[in-house]
Each structure stands twice: as C-alpha cells, then as structure tokens.
Ligand binder design. Structure first.
Ligand code: B4P
Length: 318
C-alpha cells in the first residue's frame, strides 16, 4: 500500500518523464569491498553530457538562473510549511526528491528546525523503501546550486539495498542514542549519532511533529558543534570558514563529515559518497576509483585522521 505522498511522487515522476521535463540517467552498479563495506559505484556514462557544475556556475554568474525559483511546475510534488518538494530533474535513482526553501536561502547556511521538519516529513512518507537523505553544505561539499535544498533518495526496493555504510553502523548499535562517536574503520573525520526510536514514534499530531523536529534539530546542532570543536584544533581547516560539510540522515542515524575539497582529482564527491555510494561518469573515472580505492578518495576530499594528511590527492605533512 502506497501513501498519498508516494502516489503523488510516482505520478508526477511518470508525467514529467513522459513530457521530457525530467531525465532518468541510466547507470550500472559496480561493487567494491573495502574495510568490510561493500561500496556501490554507479557508472552513469550519459551524465557526462550534462553541463558540469563549473559551467552551470558560470551560467548562473552570467544569467543568475535559479532552477528552484521559479521552479519547474512539472517537477512540483507538494508544499510543506516554508518548503516545496520537487523531483530532481537529473536523477540516477527514480523519485529522487529535493526539499527546497520557498524563499531563497544560502546553501552555506545551517539547517534549522523547519528544514529538518520538512525533510523528516518526506522521509516518513516512504513506507516500503529505505531512505538516505542529505544536505551538501558549502562550496566544497559537492553542491552545485546555491539555493538551499536538501535531498531525499528512496533506495531501490527490489533488492536488499541499504546505504553501504550501514555495514559498519550495525557494529556500533551499543552506542547510546545522542552519544556522538566515530567509526574507527574510516580514515577521515566524521561525527555520528544514533537516533532514539522512542523520541521519533508516537501520535502524528501537530505537537508530536514539533517535538520530533526539535529532537532532530538538537541532534543535528550537537553534531555540528562537535565538528566545529574538533576542527578548531586542526591547522588544515584554517581559512576554510565557514566549513563545508555533508550531513546525512536515515531513520536511525545522522552523520556530518567536514570537507576541504569537492573533488579528488576528477572525481566529484557529494554526501552520498559518505553513505558508500559514488558516481562516475566515464570508464576512466571508474578505473581511477578502482585503482585509487574509495576510502582513499573519501579521505582525500574530507579531512584525514592521519597526521600525514591527504588533501585532494596531495600529501600535506602537518
Ligand atoms: P546539489 O546538492 O547542488 O549537487 P549534487 O546533488 O551533487 O548534484 P550535481 O548537480 O552536482 O550533479 P551530479 O552530476 O554530480 O544538488 C542540486 C540538485 O538539483 C541536483 O540533484 C540536480 O540534479 C538538481 N537540479 C538541477 N536543476 C534542476 C531543476 N531545474 N529542477 C530540479 N532539480 C534540478 O549528479 C547527478 C545526480 O546524481 C544528482 O542528482 C546527484 O545527487 C545524484 N547522485 C550523485 N551520486 C549518486 C549516487 N552514488 N547514487 C545515486 N545518485 C547519485
């Protein structure tokens, strides 16, 4: 049984696809296992034809085009408070949603309670699929649009698919909800917390929604504080203020990953990379990722835990 929201998403998706207002980018999946994580590399050669972020930015500089204001009516799903829910025009996974502020806000701003309420609302509407949702915050986070938008990716329901990073999250189930920790398996700084199911369930009244979004906001801000505090000590983040980061959320955990660069050589990484899902646009990129190794690429665009730091593929000793 699908929810009203799921039906609306599917109907809008099918119609937009038929009208040529939405592009579904075909991809094949290559799995690579490192540190017990079965990473997923999506190989999407037809994406290479799409303008790059740099070209798009240039267009924006020249023409100041904001794809979300006005938004494409064919991609519109629904409103939620101060947000609108849109289908992603260029999706690799069907029904990929964007949760966008109605009024322009910067993609460098932190999320607030209203943002998280809208994001959680969308996440909760999918009853038969696992969800990974995220926010690419700041210039080095992999974002290409400056208008504040969060993203919701319903994962394929036709197999056992969960975000690959769950393979290690399962090992840390003894952590108390609200406690901030990191995975020793990962070579870069990141801050994780488990969500308390008790705080998230209950009656679906207005006050419950308030309580849940407040709970999510407190946890998100605690992660941001821990990250800022952790990075204060690092000489590498000097000059990187405000810090770019990726924020990832599922129904059971949240994570933030501070970022120093958008790309490792030619490979662009957004939040999904830290869920264990990478995207490559040609054979050379695919070979490059396999040869270099995924954890090394993630370490290269984030902040290495090692003293001998790797940044954007370049070693910097500190
Ligand atoms: P951003 O936060 O700015 O950037 P992004 O998701 O990293 O996507 P980018 O634009 O850099 O594209 P890329 O080729 O890397 O998000 C902006 C979003 O707005 C994008 O999702 C974009 O498609 C969308 N958009 C642009 N114009 C629009 C319009 N007029 N109306 C509605 N939406 C519009 O990646 C291509 C796509 O693949 C992205 O959606 C990306 O999120 C997704 N992706 C990346 N890695 C993936 C993975 N491993 N698995 C599945 N999908 C993946």
């Amino acid at each position: 049984m699908q929810t009203h929201f799921e039906n609306k998403v599917t109907e809008t998706y099918d119609r937009a696809l038929r009208r040529g207002e939405l592009y579904f980018v075909k991809s094949t999946i290559v799995n690579v296992t490192e540190n017990d994580i079965e990473f997923e590399i999506r190989f999407a050669p037809s994406l290479a034809k799409r303008p790059t972020a740099e070209q798009t930015d240039e267009n924006h500089m020249k023409h100041k085009v904001d794809p979300f204001a006005p938004y494409n009516q064919d991609l519109f799903v629904q409103e939620y408070g101060n947000h609108i829910v849109l289908l992603n025009k260029f999706c690799v996974v069907p029904n990929h949603l964007l949760v966008v502020t109605k009024e322009f806000e910067e993609q460098t701003d932190s999320l607030n309670q209203e943002d998280l309420a809208a994001l959680w609302y969308c996440m909760m509407q999918f009853k038969n699929q696992q969800i990974i949702a995220f926010y690419n915050c700041g210039n080095h986070s992999g974002s290409s649009q400056p208008h504040k938008h969060m993203q919701v990716v319903p994962l394929p329901s036709d197999d056992r698919f969960t975000p690959p990073i769950n393979a290690i999250i399962y090992k840390y189930q003894n952590k108390k909800p609200g406690e901030i920790f990191n995975f020793q398996e990962l070579p870069y700084f990141h801050y994780v917390t488990l969500l308390d199911p008790q705080q998230l369930c209950g009656h679906h009244g207005h006050s419950h929604k308030e309580t849940v979004s407040q709970y999510l906001t407190e946890n998100y801000l605690a992660l941001i504080d821990a990250m800022v505090e952790g990075m204060r000590a690092s000489p590498l983040t000097e000059g990187f203020h405000p810090l770019s980061y990726n924020f990832l959320i599922t129904h059971t955990w949240m994570m933030v990953v501070p970022r120093l660069s958008e790309k490792y050589e030619q490979i662009s990484v957004n939040s999904l990379g830290f869920a264990g899902m990478l995207l490559v646009k040609n054979e050379e990129e695919l070979d490059f990722v396999k040869n270099v190794g995924i954890l090394r690429i993630l370490e290269g665009v984030a902040i290495s835990k090692d003293k001998d730091q790797l940044i954007g593929g370049v070693h910097i000793s500190v």
